[in-house]
Write a protein that binds this ligand. Structure first.
Ligand SMILES: Nc1ncnc2c1ncn2[C@@H]1O[C@H](COP(=O)(O)OP(=O)(O)OP(=O)(O)O)[C@@H](O)[C@H]1O
Ligand SMILES: [Mg+2]
Length: 400
């Protein structure tokens, strides 16, 4: 219905950019460009008169700083969600603009998908303008809640830990929930490949900071079209050395204040950093495959965590690459490891390889049994993390 469309105002001094943005949004049935302005003054006036749902604001406008522009827009149109558009070199500026009330940002050049997803996301998650203390957290984050950490781990390599971490994170992402995915599978993390994402910063940049503030954290993330925010592994393996257990603790502390759920991909190596992640996790998703070497390692893992006094329910054991032809059933694994199997993900080589090679998560292909299994796993993780009432409400909202 026309009156339910997202009303967008564009403020950019470059005529071609304005035209381009208009064209890109024109094809979206749920969006409408209600105005376009070349200067901040004109944009603020239009924002006041039109009260748009979303403003796309170029950070570098002549005559007025992006920060003043955001502040003034928030004043005249307090329910409007401002999305900053900038080139990467504007990072410091952008940070301050976010503090002034901008809700999200798009780094130029951005794709049509990113643009549309960002507009929809800020609109969906709209709320009254944040009243931020001068050094307060970024809008949309820092709600004072303690986000939950989910560590996806396996004591055996190559079993599908990254595949599960990535797809679980995407499945947990919901409009009203902030989910981050952190690639701590060091030094050779490959979430960037799995999700076809690149970014100027990685976990190593954050690890090098003695103190991590919300802005630095947010600016180190890359956005996936699903709404998921991703902290990538370093581009060069030697940079992983910065990610010590202490650094990881600082990163997790900040991640918990900004996100509702933080999913971690981990490495098999029992480094101090990995152990810290397992310690900090509210839930460990233990990935096991139906083969004897992996089951043997899983038994060693259970021995270790028993000594560490982890409660049994902290570990949700799942079986990946399940296939009847392999002759090992969930019941056999349960008996061998004296621990229940929380979910079974089928073997599906073609679907998985296609997804990895394209850099597109599985979750869009809802009819596939492997996707159904991952959604079930997400449900189990939600049940383990949240009170039943919260899970039920989230389910109703997302129509699942
Ligand atoms: N359910 C599945 N069905 C078929 N193939 C799978 C499945 N899960 C994972 N794979 C395959 O297993 C391989 C390893 O997957 P992935 O990289 O996710 O594992 P990993 O445990 O993270 O490995 P590493 O130890 O290298 O980090 C991939 O080639 C992927 O195609
Ligand atoms: Mg991996």
């Amino acid at each position: 219905m026309a009156d339910q469309r997202i009303r967008v105002l564009i403020i950019d001094d470059v005529p071609e950019t304005r035209e381009n943005l208009k064209k890109l949004l024109m094809f979206e049935h749920d969006m409408e460009v209600v105005g376009a302005a070349a200067t901040a003054e004109e944009g603020i006036r239009l924002a006041r008169d039109l009260q748009p749902d979303v403003v796309l604001l170029d950070i570098n406008l002549p005559g007025m700083s992006g920060i003043s522009a955001v502040e003034q827009i928030m004043e005249v149109a307090p329910l409007t969600q401002v999305v900053m558009m900038s080139v990467q070199s504007d990072a410091d500026y952008l940070r301050r603009a976010m503090l002034a009330g901008a809700r999200d940002f798009l780094a130029k050049p951005f794709s049509a998908d990113e643009l549309v997803a960002t507009v929809r996301r800020v609109h969906r998650t709209r709320r009254p303008p944040p009243v931020l203390p001068p050094t307060g957290p970024l809008p949309g984050g820092g709600r004072g809640t303690q986000g939950k950490v989910v560590a996806v781990y396996s004591p055996k390599g190559g079993v599908g830990t990254t595949l599960i971490a990535v797809n679980l994170a995407v499945a947990l992402q919901k409009p009203e929930r902030r989910v981050a995915l952190i690639d701590a599978s060091l030094p050779f993390g490959d979430i960037g490949v799995f999700l076809n994402l690149q970014g100027p910063r990685s976990i190593a940049d954050l690890a090098r900071l003695e103190e991590i503030d919300p802005e630095a954290f947010t600016l180190s993330l890359v956005s996936h079209v699903s709404g998921l925010k991703v902290l990538l592994a370093p581009p060069r393996p030697e940079l992983a050395e910065y990610v010590t257990a202490e650094a990881m603790k600082r990163i997790l502390n900040m991640a918990r204040t900004l996100f509702d759920i933080v999913v971690m991909d981990t490495t098999t190596q029992p480094t101090d950093t990995t152990l810290l992640i397992l310690d900090e996790a509210d839930q460990i998703v233990l990935v096991v495959t139906p083969d004897v070497p992996t089951i043997k390692n899983a038994r060693l893992f259970f021995d270790v965590i028993t000594q560490l006094n982890y409660p049994p329910q902290k570990t949700l054991m799942i079986l990946n690459k399940m296939d009847r032809r392999f002759g090992i059933t969930a019941e056999m694994v349960e008996q061998a490891l004296k621990h229940p199997v929380g979910a079974q993900i089928p073997w599906d080589e073609i679907t998985v390889l296609n997804s990895i090679n394209k850099g597109a998560p599985l979750v869009a292909q809802r009819s596939k049994p492997i996707v159904q299994a991952i959604l079930q796993l997400a449900g189990r993780v939600e049940e383990a993390l949240f009170a039943p009432q919260e899970v039920e409400e989230a389910r109703k909202r997302s129509g699942r």
